[in-house]
Write a protein that binds this ligand. Structure first.
Ligand code: SAJ
Length: 459
């Protein structure tokens, strides 16, 4: 393959005339491809998933809930954004960007997709070109695995090939906006790779860019998500304490947050999504291997993962209490891992539903954005879901749910007898739900209410 000189690549990046290949057209690869195409580059979006490429070629995107993506795709497709599953179309790329997933294996990170993408990148990138990795890398991976893999192909980093780690840190639901506005970090081992990667990102990033060593970049990405996970775990721990101590966590949180240096997050049924559920483990494993065991991060992850089981247990107990020991019908509202984002990956609703089903309940699941039901029965609308319910569990904070009129919802339940409203995301005020005729149970609130106020319904 023809070599490109460093100066020529820098000029091409500045003039936005480089040919860029992006491996992986998912949550990060697609929006990043479109932003670079909008900046003027010729971008080939590669993915091994033929269906995804077919959809993109027709101008359809699975990320239509992400503001601006459908419009950009419509505008740029076949102009200077080309979705493809044919690696040969990527030959002679000046830049190859890797945006494939890094999943969690049983006892460690699974880097197989990153490494296979790196092999592909090495086949198609020009000698003298730039390879950028956006996929999450556990600390130490760039030095221990990425550089050796690249150099084993006969290319010297900083001379024959330029290499950078630029972890994505954009929030699902606000992807395009955050990819442009967030501060970016670039990890490199040589100055020229840093200059080239910075020139590339400057074409669409407005939030500032800092160049650091790759290990720092690897740490930053994982520390951010572990910080969030630990903070949510703290809120969840407070909620669990409130439940046994007999206090309402909402009031505790509201008043504690009036302190100028306290910012307690919102406790809930659990923490999901593809990042917070694995990044803390990547950090934990990497550190433990090298001699320090970060127990706080581990315990936070475990506590967050326990939450759906804890609430499934409570709901099981209360429904049975209501029904003289028998199981019941539970309407689960929401299945995505967070509100208004059509993403069910690692959703805490999955273990919640599975546990309820395991405990013998009939579970009906409704979500306005996805059809995942995790072993419960999927129903296409709320009234169908709640019709025969003994309990309605709100487990995702979709705007559609927050807007519900609880009186109407109560009327939509056609079954006789009391109905429990379980609020797993603190969406409603207890009084509002009780006035509408529900027995209100929520995260972070003592749940002995049934013993006090209920007459058990006999057969
Ligand atoms: N959650 C709570 N209580 C809260 C906030 C969130 O229980 O107060 C739950 C949510 O319901 C959800 C989970 O936590 O299940 C995670 O949601 P999130 O909005 O906190 O974060 P993600 O996973 O969508 O995106 C995170 C972001 N990281 C940080 O905010 C530090 C994002 O910036 C990263 O780019 C992303 O991970 C990633 O790709 O790493």
């Amino acid at each position: 393959m023809k070599r490109i000189l460093y100066e020529d690549l820098e000029t091409a990046l500045k003039a936005r005339e480089a040919k860029i290949a992006v491996l992986g057209q998912g949550y990060i690869g697609l929006p990043t491809s479109l932003l670079m195409a909008r900046a003027g580059f010729t971008v080939y979006g590669f993915d091994v998933n033929r269906n995804l490429i077919d959809e993109l070629s027709r101008g359809e995107t699975r990320l239509k809930q992400e503001k601006g993506i459908a419009e950009l795709l419509d505008d740029l497709k076949e102009r200077n954004y080309f979705p493809t599953e044919d690696l040969s179309e990527l030959y002679e790329s000046d830049v190859v960007l890797i945006a494939v997933p890094t999943p969690k294996g049983r006892d460690g990170p699974n880097l197989s997709m990153v490494l296979s993408a790196l092999e592909s990148a090495l086949k198609v990138v020009r000698r003298g070109g730039l390879i950028v990795i956006e996929s999450t890398l556990p600390p130490g991976t760039f030095y221990d695995l990425i550089i050796p893999t690249v150099e084993s192909s006969g290319l010297e980093v900083g001379k024959d090939i330029y290499l950078a780690y630029c972890p994505e840190r954009a929030l699902p639901g606000k992807l395009l906006q955050e990819l442009v506005q967030n501060f970016r970090i670039i990890g490199v081992v040589d100055e020229k790779s840093g200059i080239l990667a910075k020139t590339l990102y400057e074409s669409f990033v407005e939030g500032g860019i800092e160049i650091v060593d790759p290990l720092t970049a690897e740490m930053v990405k994982l520390v951010e998500n572990s910080y969030r996970d630990v903070n949510i775990a703290f809120a969840n721990e407070v909620a669990r304490m409130c439940e046994v101590l007999g206090v309402d966590v909402r009031k505790v949180r509201e008043l504690a947050n009036k302190h100028p240096r306290v910012n307690m997050l919102i406790p809930g049924i659990g923490v999901g999504g593809s990042c917070l559920t694995k990044d803390p483990w990547f950090l934990f494993w990497a550190s433990q291997e090298r001699g320090y065991r970060p127990n706080l991060i581990k315990r936070a992850r475990e506590l967050n993962a326990e939450m759906p089981f804890h609430y499934a247990g409570i709901l099981d107990e209360l429904v049975r209490q209501l029904r003289g020991g028998r199981s019941g019908v539970i309407a689960v509202l929401g299945s995505t891992y967070k509100g208004d984002v059509p993403d069910p990956r690692e959703s805490p609703v999955e273990p919640f539903v599975k546990e309820l089903v395991k405990r013998g309940h009939a579970v009906k699941v409704y979500d306005p954005l996805v059809r995942s039901s995790f072993g419960g029965e999927y129903v296409p609308d709320i009234s169908e879901a709640v019709k025969d319910a003994d309990s309605i569990a709100f487990v995702t904070d979709h705007t559609e749910f927050k807007m519900l009129d609880l009186r109407k919802l109560r009327k939509a339940v056609k079954k006789d007898g009391p109905v429990i409203l379980f609020d797993g995301r603190l969406l409603f005020e207890p009084e509002e739900a009780e006035e509408a005729g529900f027995i209100y149970i929520s995260v972070g609130r003592p749940y002995t209410i049934l013993e006090r106020s209920l007459v058990t319904i006999e057969d």
